[in-house]
Design a protein around this ligand. Structure first.
Ligand SMILES: *Cc1c(COP(=O)(O)O)cnc(C)c1O
Length: 370
């Protein structure tokens, strides 16, 4: 790091985050964390948990359960693998985070096969069902919104195609929507999914440290039959406690205060409005990129509503660009891993508003004309 660091003290100017996690957190949310501590077996905590449970189900569009864990999203990738499969997993991979789930699968000793799709391309229903038809799989993993490439996978189509297979009801459809959920449309019950996981620090626009997953009755039944589910993320245990508005281990109570506040604000905005705001921010980012002569990494029809991955075909200096942005109080992301320099990513997720994005794009323009 050769750039000077900024203060992170409240009340002093800060660097606004246009990166795909952690995302910008509003002052009201930061403040909500500062409430008095309660014991996690006190009625105040159960009340908080109950309030959250009722609201968070609306964000996932489910009437089933949503587990809340003190972990990041990767923890729930592991939970899904430990609880929801005991035979063979199909890992659908088209980017860094879907590949992480493959690694998690293998690290937990599960038998797997990989559907490898080139980075930047979507995973298509036909390829998934073709692969599933070849072997007796009991689960598949897929990422809804590949943060490394800006590709949105067609989860609804894929789920429909899987359910239409002769053994489609026995296949657990496990979805990582870490950078999608609450920004990109996802309807857990309507789409007949088994598990959708997300983290607090992406489109939820909360500080990092919490993860959430909706779990279907089918997936919970499956968990009851799976051995070696592990301890911390055992769904059977989480369910037992959830029924009394508790968690087996101590929850991250301060973060849950922030979550409670944020859920109120999300529902007040309205989920459909929230989805539309993200689509509008995506579209203005895309037309900015094309207008300046850039290309996009993701093909049309599969472009993420929450993060745009711009191909650096103009060969601008992305590091210098971010230095410039920092000096103007904002930051974007370089390409992920091997894509560094070849791409840059603009996140337009969470609580960011159109006028904030516009001021980022104006600043990008000033850099380009330097
Ligand atoms: C950020 C991200 C992850 C990792 O989440 P953590 O909360 O950092 O563990 C996993 N999947 C996707 C799609 C992500 O964007």
């Amino acid at each position: 790091m050769n750039s000077k660091t900024n203060s992170t003290k409240r009340g002093e100017p800060h660097i606004k985050l246009f990166i795909p996690g952690p995302t910008e957190v509003r002052p009201a949310i930061l403040d909500a964390q500062g409430q008095w501590m309660v014991g996690h077996r006190m009625p105040e905590a159960a009340e908080l948990f109950g309030r959250i449970q009722e609201k968070i189900r609306q964000i996932f569009y489910t009437t089933s359960r949503v587990y809340i864990t003190a972990s990041s999203g990767t923890g729930l990738q592991e939970a899904a693998i430990r609880n929801c499969c005991d035979h063979k997993v199909l890992n659908c991979v088209n980017g860094a985070f879907s590949d992480r789930w493959r690694q998690v699968t293998e690290a937990n000793g599960k038998i797997n096969e990989v559907l490898d799709v080139p980075w930047g391309q979507p995973i298509l229903a036909q390829d998934v069902v073709e692969q599933l038809a070849k072997g007796d799989f009991d689960a598949l993993t897929i990422v809804h919104n590949e943060t490394s490439t800006g590709v949105l996978n067609p989860i609804h189509n894929i789920a429909q195609a899987v359910r239409n297979l002769p053994n489609g009801q026995d296949i657990m459809i496990l979805v990582d929507s870490v950078s999608g959920l609450s920004g990109a449309e996802l309807y857990f019950d309507d789409w007949d999914l088994d598990l959708v996981l997300t983290s607090s620090q992406k489109a939820f626009a909360l500080p990092p440290g919490l993860a959430f997953c909706a779990v279907s009755d089918r997936a919970l039944d499956k968990a009851r039959s799976v051995v070696n589910r592990g301890y911390y993320f055992d769904f059977v245990d989480l369910e037992k406690y959830l029924l009394r508005n508790q968690t087996p281990a101590t929850p991250a109570i301060s973060l849950m205060y922030a979550l409670d506040h944020q859920l109120n604000d999300m529902l007040a905005e309205g989920m459909e409005n929230r989805f539309q705001r993200h689509l509008d921010m995506r579209d203005i980012t895309i037309s900015w990129a094309f207008g300046r002569g850039f290309e996009l990494y993701a093909p049309e029809g599969y472009r993420s509503p929450t993060v745009t991955c711009v191909t650096n075909n103009l060969a601008i200096d992305v590091v210098a660009l971010n230095e410039y942005l920092r000096s103007h109080g904002m930051i974007i992301s370089n390409g992920y891993g091997a894509l560094k320099g070849q791409n840059f990513r603009i996140a337009h997720m969470g609580d960011l508003q159109m006028n904030e994005l516009e001021s980022l794009l104006k600043t990008l323009d000033r850099f380009l004309t330097l």
